[in-house]
Design a binder for this molecule. Structure first.
Ligand SMILES: Cc1cc2nc3c(=O)[nH]c(=O)nc-3n(C[C@H](O)[C@H](O)[C@H](O)COP(=O)(O)OP(=O)(O)OC[C@H]3O[C@@H](n4cnc5c(N)ncnc54)[C@H](O)[C@@H]3O)c2cc1C
Length: 343
């Protein structure tokens, strides 16, 4: 019998599977094979909040665990998906300089925020107030990671289909789905959790994000530029540009309004011409209180959830998946802030 049946192969399902693999525990994965926010994310890992010059919730802790986790995985998969790149936070006014300098002096932020105010040297990037540099940041090419991870699995370890909740049989000592037996089932469906009858009472509100992939030959930026949006280099003159935040619309419809909103901001950041290659949308799995949703079902102690990664799945996923496995295996208490029992 497998240790776990995992539903969903985004960052949550992948990092949980990888935690199992590292412990020699077996698993099966059911994934639809399309959609999910991990596949369109910029994949930026950044422990700071650049709107407020502050540290993100658990920013240092997640960063310290995530980077070695991905490095080990990169080596194991013999692939390249980690792209370190500093973030250049473009200042919109000189009065931001002092705030930046004093933030960079704080103990937890000082490893990440370079105190110097830099002048913009790339002639294609606009701005008269300079930029601040964030160190130890970069991009995880999430789409590559997921594809490579899939390839590394045995063909009978992953099934491409939409999970049918009616077919899940649960008893005290095992779960069974279409003949696959496991001790536990772990749901990692991202925003699609809203269709999961075991957990859809939880306040996963979701926020739609639209992004553009653009090509600009002239821009030649190796850093991630952050102004009112992110412009992140993807190689071959391609840049990830975005994203919008929309709380009411939960469709995957691309909107003219979304595209125009992003393009207006691109034009405020760069002078160079560009071409829009792709326009994509997805729904972030955001929670009402902006904390992850992890833990076990009230009635079934072998039915679990790993979700609610919100806007920052890349840094959080490795440690959050460890917390869940430690909770399942070792009966470790989950931190109150992430435990779904808070609802
Ligand atoms: C525009 C945008 C930009 C983002 N940028 C960043 C960023 O730069 N950095 C960062 O850290 N985070 C970013 N995020 C957030 C990040 O993408 C999420 O936090 C994270 O990817 C969520 O991972 P997940 O595995 O929980 O969900 P998902 O990635 O949505 O994965 C869920 C998986 O489950 C599958 N699934 C769902 N239901 C079923 C079912 N019934 N049967 C079978 N399979 C099912 C889906 O097909 C999918 O493969 C961004 C998100 C968006 C939308």
């Amino acid at each position: 019998m497998n240790h776990s049946l995992i539903v969903g192969l985004g960052l949550a399902g992948l990092t949980y599977a990888e935690q199992l693999r590292r412990k020699g525990l077996s698993f099966h994965i059911i994934d639809k094979g399309f959609g999910g926010s991990s596949k369109i994310a910029a994949g930026i890992y950044n422990p700071t909040v650049l709107k407020r010059f502050s540290l993100a919730w658990n920013g240092s802790l997640f960063h310290e665990y995530a980077l070695p986790f991905y490095e080990e995985l990169q080596e194991c998969l013999q692939s390249k998906f980690i792209f370190p790149a500093s973030i250049h936070k473009i200042f919109s006014k000189d009065s931001e300089h002092n705030k930046w300098i004093s933030a960079s002096d704080q103990k937890l932020l000082s490893p990440f925020l370079d105190p110097e105010i830099h002048s913009i040297t790339n002639p294609q990037v606009k701005g008269n107030h300079g930029y601040g540099k964030v160190n130890f940041t970069g991009r995880i090419a999430t789409q590559t990671l997921i594809n490579e991870y899939k390839i590394s699995l045995n063909t009978n370890q992953i099934f491409e289909e939409s999970f049918n909740y009616d077919k899940l049989l649960i008893s005290n000592y095992q779960v069974e789905y279409k003949g696959i037996k496991a001790k536990h089932v772990v749901f990692c469906e991202g925003y699609k959790m809203v269709n999961n009858p075991f957990f859809n009472f939880l306040p996963l509100v979701g926020s739609k994000g639209e992004i553009l992939i653009i090509r600009s030959k002239k821009l030649q930026s190796k850093s991630i530029v952050k102004a009112s949006i992110f412009l992140a280099p993807m190689g071959e003159d391609l840049y990830w540009a975005g994203a919008t935040f929309e709380g009411n619309d939960k469709t995957l419809q691309k909107t003219i309004k979304g595209r125009e909103w992003i393009e207006e901001r691109i034009k405020k950041i760069i002078t160079s011409d560009y071409e829009v290659i792709e326009h994509i949308t997805e729904i972030r799995p955001t929670v009402m209180d902006r904390r992850p949703l992890i833990g076990s079902h009230y009635d079934y102690n072998n039915v679990h959830l790993l979700n609610g990664f919100g806007t920052r799945g890349v840094l959080g996923a490795p440690l959050l998946s460890k917390w869940l496995l430690d909770h399942i295996e070792g009966d470790c208490e989950l931190p109150e802030a992430v435990n779904l029992s808070r609802f």
